[in-house]
Design a protein around this ligand. Structure first.
Ligand SMILES: [Ca+2]
Length: 413
């Protein structure tokens, strides 16, 4: 629902708590750990805010008992403020974002994790019309198929963000909803964990979304999204997408090829019929004319020669789950991979640093081999790679930039 799994994955390794979920048919996942930045720290200003908030909460129907239960062991989390200012899917290029949420490794894990719940996804698709592959892809992008549900206490996270105030009204509403969930005994405070932004369970539902859209698809009397079984979470997400206009039986979009010299308008704002795009030379990457599923837009993040997509109404519905276009493409691409499709048929080419993804991976590998740990060689230049570059540059007596370049790669070769 919000920025979730990669925020968790990027956390430092030390931790006070961890959870390990089974991966049917897959390898053993790395245990999920809680970074110490997400342990409560003393903050008198936050404590005073909570006291004042208590009056507002009680005035809105939260019982004193539920408030006390909800805040038990909770407190100010400095790491939440840091994450709020560092949201991956809006900052990253489409290529980097896809590498972070839908790498070939992620796809392989996804196929293993989705296999055992195919029947459930099919039942949900039958009941709601929402594509099981899209639901599986949301599960993947949000929590790496349930292996990264998030260990950050929701009341602490939402109260920290409500106190901080940048989006105070929004997070106070999330905090109130979290307390209502506690009050209704849908779950307990210690089980109610999630992302730094308070998104919970297999598909990272915000507390207000849980309240309004969560369903008991399993039929056991509980809307259970926090446990090992993803059924209720997947069905709740389907319910949310239906309420935002999901069109049964329609695709989200397809990868397309644009003709050389394509000058047609791209971007979500420009809608044309499939016939008009066909007349402009747009073809499915798999061959043939783009099918008619209503007004469609063309997305081409690096121009006509790179990866491109035709997207329909259901793409916009996915963006109601998270408004980043990269998020929508991440979900759509993962859905196509879960359905058996292959990798993208076109390359993104060199990025703004002048390096291709393969060259950025090589740069990371060579830095690490040279004794400057650049982290996982995923082709995504993050803080760790930048620090490794700075250390390498300093050690070689080069100007310290922390920025990758073809010259830097040449110096490492
Ligand atoms: Ca249930």
């Amino acid at each position: 629902m919000a920025i979730t799994r990669r925020s968790i994955i990027l956390l430092a390794a030390a931790g006070a708590a961890q959870a390990c979920l089974p991966v049917p048919g897959g390898g053993a996942p790395r245990p999920e750990r809680l970074d110490p930045a997400f342990l409560p720290q003393p903050n008198p200003a936050y404590d005073a805010w909570v006291e004042a908030f208590r009056e507002r909460a009680l005035a809105q129907g939260i019982t004193a008992d539920a408030f006390a239960r909800g805040f038990e062991g909770q407190g100010f989390l400095p790491g939440v403020i840091e994450r709020d200012r560092n949201q991956t899917e809006f900052r990253r290029t489409t290529e980097d974002y896809l590498a972070l949420v839908a790498s070939d490794e992620d796809v392989a894990l996804g196929r293993a994790r989705v296999g055992p719940v195919r029947g459930i996804l099919s039942d949900i698709e039958g009941a709601t019309g929402v594509s099981g592959d899209v639901l599986g892809a949301i599960w993947g992008v949000e929590t790496l198929f349930g292996t990264r549900l998030g260990l950050i206490p929701v009341v602490s996270a939402t109260s920290t963000l409500a106190w901080e105030g940048r989006r105070g009204r929004f997070f106070e509403a999330q905090l109130l909803a979290a307390l209502r969930i506690i009050q209704a005994r849908d779950t307990t405070t210690d089980r109610m964990t999630g992302s730094w932004a308070g998104a919970m369970g297999h598909t990272q539902l915000m507390p207000t979304v849980y309240q309004e859209y969560a369903v008991d698809f399993r039929g056991d009397g509980r809307r259970e999204i926090w446990g090992d079984d993803p059924t209720d979470a997947l069905a709740s997400t389907a319910n949310y997408l239906v309420r935002y206009g999901w069109q049964r039986g329609r695709p989200w979009g397809y990868e397309v090829h644009l003709p050389a010299g394509f000058s047609g308008p791209t971007g979500r704002e420009t809608r044309r019929s499939a016939a008009e795009w066909q007349a402009a030379g747009v073809r499915l990457a798999s061959g043939g004319a783009p099918p008619d599923h209503g007004p469609a837009a063309i997305l081409a993040p690096v121009g006509a020669g790179g990866p491109a997509w035709i997207v329909y109404r259901n793409f916009d519905v996915i963006l109601r789950y998270n408004p980043s276009t990269n998020y929508g493409l991440g979900v759509g691409y993962m859905a196509s991979r879960l359905a058996g499709g292959g990798p993208l048929s076109r390359s993104f080419g060199p990025d703004a640093t002048g390096l291709t993804q393969e060259e950025r991976r090589e740069l990371q590998r060579r830095l690490t081999e040279a004794g400057f740990d650049a982290g996982t060689p995923d082709g995504v230049i993050g803080r760790r790679t930048e620090a490794a570059i700075r250390d390498f540059e300093a050690a070689r007596g080069l100007p310290v930039t922390g920025v990758p370049s073809p010259a830097l790669l040449a110096a490492l070769r």
